[in-house]
Design a protein around this ligand. Sequence first.
Ligand code: HEC
Ligand code: HEC
Length: 251
Amino acid sequence: MKIKRHHLAFVLLSISAAVMQAADPVVPVVAPTKATDGKTIFQTVCAQCHGNNGEGKVELKSPSIAGMPSWYVDTQFTNFREGRRGHDAADPQSFMMAAIAKALQPEQINAVVEHVEKMPMVVPQGQNREMAEASAQAGMQLFQERCMECHRYNASGEMAFGSPPLLGRQGWYLADQLKKFKTGKRGAHKSDVNGAKMVQISNFFIEDDQMLRDVVAYIMTLNPDPNASKETQEKQILEGSPFESARTAQR
Ligand code: HEC
Ligand code: HEC
């Protein structure tokens, strides 16, 4: 037990070193933990990088994860632990996250995964929602033709396909992940069956940077109004994009 704890402290120290080498000025101090309840693990470990409410941090390029379904978080932890994601030191974000995933015990992971699912989704706004020089209208067509069969019409995800909700993530994070799929930083490992789907899709159908920004801009319109009541937000998510209902109403 003692050895394991030393090991964890060592791994977490190495992460800070790796982040520093990546020339990132913001180095989170991640405390090692023996805690076994999800909330405490979240507060002592995850919150350093993903924020106290799981809203993510642009300066660390860490995604908002609050409310993410446990099946997806669990799969990603397995991917990070088994080297399907975060195997490339040239991708400091996933490399860092992989080190965290490997430093936790399986029962700690189970507990924190449950906790993350229970946290209320943080609706992206401001710089987390805007896509510069992009047309949501143009992105809508691509989304409907190539994305919604797996991610659903409202981007709420589909467990049966392993496709996560895209709602709740920051626009820049979604764009970064699409670039990672396109450049082989994510989804390229031979046993990453689900990642491979996205490598194919993004290489075949997202032809250039403009298309990438457009499709993300459309996905962002599927997020509810950050200032609406929880009830209204739920309704807006079910209805899909307000942009689209405007179009349907014109017909
Ligand atoms: C040292 C910073 C750091 C810590 C601590 C950290 N994360 Fe992360 N996490 C990241 C970054 C950065 C990414 C984005 C990785 C990428 O770009 O591929 C990430 C990605 C993830 C993802 C993948 C999300 C997706 O949309 O695919 C999940 C899930 C996740 N983290 C959960 C957690 C949980 C739960 C904890 C606490 C046990 C935690 N993280 C601790 C930095 C961190
Ligand atoms: C054949 C099914 C399928 C289609 C079609 C598809 N996806 Fe995916 N997508 C997935 C799966 C499965 C994952 C999860 C990959 C993993 O487990 O790492 C995913 C993951 C993603 C992610 C990463 C999300 C995160 O939280 O890290 C983004 C972004 C994404 N898809 C966007 C798109 C866009 C945009 C399109 C259309 C151009 C699209 N997807 C079409 C199945 C699909």
